[in-house]
Design a protein around this ligand. Structure first.
Ligand SMILES: [Zn+2]
Length: 294
C-alpha cells in the first residue's frame, strides 16, 4: 500500500521528466528507423524489395516481369501452365523465385491449384506444400496469394510456418486482411519473415500506380526499407521498366526480400535496445528522485 502510494507520488513528481524522456525515446526510435549510415559516414540508400505476384498463367506478360531490370523477386503460382518455365528463366537472370501459395479467401473465391483451404489438415498441408515445392524449382521463400480467411487462423498459420521453418524458407505476408496473424506465428517459429507495405497496382490505372510508387519511395526514405507487391499487367510493367533504372537517383536501391528482412530485424533489435536503455534511465531517475524526496 505504502509502496504503491510512494510510487504514485514519485510518478507525479516525474511527470515533466517522463514527458521529456518519452520525447527522447521517440526521437531515438525515429533515428533507429531512418536510413542507415555506412562506415564511411555516407548515407546508404534506402532499400526496396519489389515482388511480382501471380506469375505463371500468361507467358509473355510473365516473361516481361521476369526481365525487369535489377533485383526484382518473382512469385510464381503453383501448377500454372508457364510457372516452371518462368521460374527457370528468372533464376537464369539472377532473380529470386518465390512460391505464391494460394490460401483460402474470406469471400469464398475458388481456391487455385496447389492451394490450402480451411478444411486442409496438417498432414494434407504438408503434402500440398511439398508437392508445390517439388513442382517449382529455385524457391527461396513463400508469400500468400489471397488468404484473407486463412491468414487469420493461428492453427493453420502455425502448421504453415512449421513447414517453412523445416525447409529454411522465408515468408512474406501479402497482408490481404488487417486481421492476419501470419507474422506473429512466423516469429514464434523463427521463420525469417516480413510483410508487404504497398500494393502497386491495386487500382489499375497509371495515376494510381505512379502514386503508389511515390508512396513506396517516401516510405523507404523515411523508414529505410519498403516491400512492394505488383502484378504482371502490361501497364505496371511499362511503368516499372521506366521507373526502376531511375530509383538510385532518388536514393533507393532495389534489394532482395531476405536483405529487407535482415535490415528490419537489425532495426527491431536496435529499437528494443533503445527502449530498454530508456527504461533503465527512467528507473535510475526514479530512484534518484525518491532518494532526493524521502
Ligand atoms: Zn496473388
Amino acid at each position: 500500500m505504502t509502496d504503491d502510494r510512494s510510487r504514485t507520488d514519485a510518478g507525479r513528481l516525474l511527470k515533466p521528466l517522463r514527458k521529456s524522456l518519452v520525447l527522447f525515446v521517440f526521437a531515438s526510435m525515429a533515428a533507429a528507423g531512418t536510413v542507415e549510415i555506412s562506415s564511411g559516414h555516407e548515407p546508404s540508400p534506402a532499400i526496396m524489395a519489389i515482388i511480382i505476384d501471380d506469375l505463371g498463367h500468361r507467358y509473355l506478360d510473365g516473361l516481361r516481369a521476369v526481365q525487369l531490370p535489377g533485383q526484382v523477386t518473382c512469385s510464381v503460382l503453383p501448377k500454372t501452365p508457364f510457372g516452371r518455365k518462368l521460374a527457370i528463366r528468372a533464376n537464369e537472370l539472377g532473380k529470386q523465385v518465390m512460391l505464391h501459395l494460394p490460401l483460402a479467401a474470406e469471400f469464398g473465391e475458388e481456391l487455385e491449384a496447389g492451394g490450402i483451404s480451411l478444411d486442409t489438415g496438417q498432414q494434407a498441408m504438408q503434402r500440398i506444400v511439398a508437392d508445390d515445392l517439388d513442382w517449382l524449382p529455385f524457391v527461396a521463400g513463400v508469400n500468400n496469394h489471397r488468404g484473407s480467411l486463412l491468414t487469420r487462423h493461428p492453427g493453420h498459420m502455425r502448421w504453415l510456418m512449421g513447414i517453412l521453418a523445416s525447409r529454411d524458407l522465408f515468408f512474406v505476408d501479402s497482408r490481404t486482411t488487417p486481421h492476419t496473424v501470419a507474422i506473429q506465428l512466423a516469429r514464434e517459429q523463427a521463420v525469417s519473415a516480413t510483410e508487404r507495405d504497398i500494393f502497386l497496382d491495386h487500382e489499375l490505372n497509371e495515376d494510381a500506380i505512379r502514386q503508389a510508387l511515390a508512396q513506396a519511395i517516401d516510405m523507404a526514405l523515411q523508414k529505410g526499407s519498403v516491400v512492394v507487391i505488383a502484378h504482371p499487367h502490361p501497364l505496371t510493367m511499362e511503368i516499372l521498366e521506366e521507373v526502376i533504372p531511375a530509383l538510385p537517383l532518388q536514393g533507393i536501391r532495389l534489394s532482395s526480400v531476405p536483405e529487407v528482412i535482415r535490415y528490419r530485424e537489425r532495426h527491431r533489435s536496435a529499437r528494443r535496445q533503445t527502449l530498454a536503455e530508456a527504461a533503465r534511465e527512467l528507473a535510475g531517475r526514479d530512484a534518484y528522485i525518491q532518494s532526493a524526496n524521502p
